[in-house]
Design a protein around this ligand. Structure first.
Ligand SMILES: C[S@@+](CC[C@H](N)C(=O)[O-])C[C@H]1O[C@@H](n2cnc3c(N)ncnc32)[C@H](O)[C@@H]1O
Length: 288
């Protein structure tokens, strides 16, 4: 019989990566994640770009995006500067940079990103509890504002709430599971102060999205999953991780055969929009 599991219980099956989330620069993050081909920001890029395009058309530019679980500003780098994960892996695993201090990395990155053309009409606020990562993203010029907050554990402070009012798009990769319905419930009144944003979440199949969708429904939103689309997030770190995740999927009635059993952690895409703006099917939106 399928049964509900808490995100904490599901997370226990996943390799713990906390040690790379809060460094003063992204080198350890990319060194470690390259070993498992972490790729979800690349896979998300065309979807986010399409949504930014639609929002730019309907609301004007710049589109204000909030990257939940922004880490070192990776989605911002990829979207704003038309980079790929391969570009970032190359940069951050370059042996020539092994001896650079974090201050030197930040200065070099600032110059590098400032020198690249703007590829998307977007400004990004980044939110993540990992204060050093958020500080890096801000200092490297990838995000316009960083908020080192954990909305699972604390309400949104007033100053942060004020900064959220212009948000048109809330996006996330690799973050749901760390965040659940509580964070969204705390976020929605603030982001809804201006034009109500769209929420675009890439979510590993082992984390149920229903509790978040129900919370968003109470805020006047409808959620649609992009049917039939699967996005590889990364390879499993070990057979033990794979076995644990397969077990959690089966316990929840999700069939891992041919997907996670093949060796990859796989995400799906959910778009949540205010009811009045949800007429066009997601597949249609992201295809254009
Ligand atoms: C797998 S990383 C994904 C980072 C980035 N979005 C990417 O795809 O490369 C997960 C991120 O979620 C962050 N995180 C953990 N707990 C969180 C919370 N309560 N709220 C927001 N982000 C959280 C971690 O600090 C980490 O930066």
């Amino acid at each position: 019989m399928p049964h509900a599991l808490s995100n904490q219980a599901i997370n226990r099956a996943k390799a713990n990566m906390n040690h790379i989330y809060a460094e003063a620069d992204p080198r350890a993050y990319f060194r470690e994640l390259e070993t498992v081909d972490y790729a979800i920001p690349d896979r998300a890029k065309p979807v986010f770009r399409a949504l930014i395009g639609h929002l730019a058309e309907s609301r004007g530019t710049p589109v204000h995006a909030l990257d939940l679980g922004c880490s070192y500003g990776i989605n911002a780098a990829i979207l704003k500067h038309d980079l790929s994960m391969a570009d970032l892996y190359r940069r951050y695993t370059d042996p020539a940079l092994d001896d650079a201090s974090s201050e030197e990395m930040i200065a070099a990155d600032r110059a590098y990103f400032d020198g690249l053309p703007d590829a998307a009409p977007a400004e990004v606020i980044g939110l993540d509890p990992a204060e050093p990562a958020v500080a890096y993203a801000e200092q490297a010029g990838l995000i316009e504002q960083g908020l080192a907050l954990n909305l699972e554990e604390e309400p949104l402070p007033d100053a942060a709430a004020a900064a959220m009012a212009p948000v048109d798009l809330v996006m996330s990769t690799g973050c749901v599971g760390y965040v659940g319905a509580t964070s969204f419930d705390r976020l929605m009144p603030a982001v809804g102060e201006g034009d109500a944003p769209w929420l675009a979440n890439f979510v590993l199949r082992m984390f149920p999205f229903d509790p978040i969708a129900e919370t968003l429904e109470a805020h006047g939103y409808v959620t649609e999953k992009l049917d039939g689309a699967r996005f590889v997030q990364r390879r499993f770190m070990s057979e033990e991780e794979q076995a644990g995740v397969v077990e959690k999927l089966e316990a929840q009635g999700v069939d891992p055969a041919g997907v996670e059993t093949e060796g990859d952690l796989v995400a799906e895409f959910y778009l949540s929009r205010p009811c009045a703006e949800a007429d066009r099917p997601v597949a249609d939106l992201v295809a254009s």
